[in-house]
Design a protein around this ligand. Structure first.
Ligand code: AMP
Ligand code: MG
Length: 406
């Protein structure tokens, strides 16, 4: 039996990022950055005022109150083309470029100028009521970022604040990796598509939907191949569609156990290779991985929870790497068990509700952990990871967990 880690490493060794492309900044959130972005200017690009107030020389406020003549008006976005002389002040708005000669700004609240509304006429004089130090209320050029500094690393999944940062740098187009195309198929004579009338002895094809949703969430484009009956030709026809469509990866569920009707292995091997692994995990011990016409092929178990967890543990790391992401696993959090857990010693992924209780994260299992019980996964917000070799955990034991909320 392979450990989960060994199986995952063997899989990951087969993947490297797809090619890079570009997208408009408006579509960049959630995409994977393909190049490290460095600042091509200082930010802020010029010294500017952090407040609405009066630009002056700090030395002129040593003794207060002091009255200064107001010699200019500097709205945001204007060029401060005046040079401030000692003993003078200029009205300045938040974000406006600091005039030469000034080294501080006094907030309007620290003056006798009550009118802060837009369009208020410029006063002739201003009474300064507070002493300021050089640099007060000024955002210095380069105080956030220096030209050339790394802003965003390649491999980052872009978040809204990253998108804003790129806008700040004037980047209308962003280098990103192409979205990998993932073909998904289900197999089994018992499966009914959603638009078919319910029939006795049949069940709804669930995994196509779960796996497609997971692949979408992993940042991939999805090609839904549908259901293959338990016949060689049916399976081959769908696999060939994936080849035709230039899929980067094929993910199938079911048909990888030792059932008499499991033809998936035969068909994949007819145009590639397929390894069957018994992985030391629960749920989802059987895992098939190989190549069909040179396209990486995952054969996940058929039970809906096993398929889901098999995806998270084995397929998602591969898809993340393929997408260009610099990480292949989500961060794990440490949680404290609220109940005892008995296990069979395999590395186990258990459905649980994690919540804050008395300043820490606690975990309760959500009902029975049968691999067909999708409802207990629906009720869960986390998967507890019980390491291999651990057969029982007392309440209060700390274990790692993946939060399922994203
Ligand atoms: P198998 O690996 O073909 O033996 O399937 C294992 C279990 O998963 C059986 O109970 C199947 O009916 C079930 N199963 C397989 N594929 C799906 C699917 N796409 N949706 C829901 N259940 C499935
Ligand atoms: Mg089957």
């Amino acid at each position: 039996m392979l450990s989960v880690r060994e199986a995952r490493e063997r899989i990951l060794a087969r993947f490297s990022p797809v090619e890079a492309t570009e997208c408009p900044l408006e579509q960049a959130v959630g995409r994977v950055l393909a190049e490290t972005i460095r600042a091509d200017s200082d930010l802020p690009a010029f010294d500017n005022s952090a407040v609405d107030g009066f630009a002056l020389r700090a030395a002129d406020t040593a003794t207060i109150p002091v009255q200064l003549p107001v010699v200019g008006d500097i709205p945001a976005g204007s060029l401060a083309d005046l040079t401030l002389q000692p003993g003078h002040a200029a009205r300045i708005m938040t974000g406006a470029k600091l005039p030469a000669g000034a080294d501080a700004v006094v907030m309007v609240e620290d003056t006798d100028f009550g009118q802060v509304s837009a369009g208020a006429p410029l006063p002739l004089h201003i009474l300064i009521q507070k002493t300021v130090q050089p640099g007060a209320n000024i955002r210095k050029q380069g105080s956030d970022i220096r030209i050339g500094a790394e802003i965003l690393p390649a491999g980052r999944v872009l978040r809204p604040q990253d998108v804003g940062m790129l806008a700040m740098m004037g980047r209308a187009r962003v280098p990103v990796y192409r979205k990998p195309k993932v073909a998904i198929l289900s197999s089994g004579d018992e499966l009914l598509p959603l638009d078919a009338v319910q029939q006795e002895g049949k069940i709804r094809d669930t995994n196509t939907y779960t796996l497609a949703a997971l692949a979408t969430q992993a940042g991939c484009e999805v090609l839904r191949l549908g259901i293959a009956a338990d016949r060689r030709e049916a399976i081959q026809a769908l696999l060939d569609q994936a080849v035709q469509a230039n899929a980067d990866v094929i993910i199938s569920s079911a048909g990888v156990s030792v059932g008499a009707f499991d033809f998936v292995k035969e068909v994949v091997e007819s145009a590639g290779s397929l390894d069957f692994w018994k992985v030391n995990m629960r749920p989802g011990k059987p895992l098939a991985f190989g190549l069909y016409q040179n396209i990486p092929f995952f054969g996940l178990p058929g039970n809906p929870v096993s398929a889901f967890i098999g995806f998270l543990v084995f397929a998602r790391p591969a898809l993340w790497r393929l997408s260009g992401m610099s990480v292949t696993q989500p961060p794990a959090v440490r949680v404290t068990l609220s109940e005892a857990i008995e296990n069979d010693g395999r590395e186990s992924y258990l459905r649980a509700v994690v919540r804050h209780e008395n300043g820490r994260l606690t975990a309760h299992l959500t009902g029975h952990q049968g691999s067909g019980n999708l409802f207990s996964l629906v009720q869960a917000n986390a998967l507890l990871i019980i390491p291999s070799g651990v057969k029982s955990c007392a309440p209060g034991t700390e274990v790692e967990a993946w939060l399922l909320e994203t």
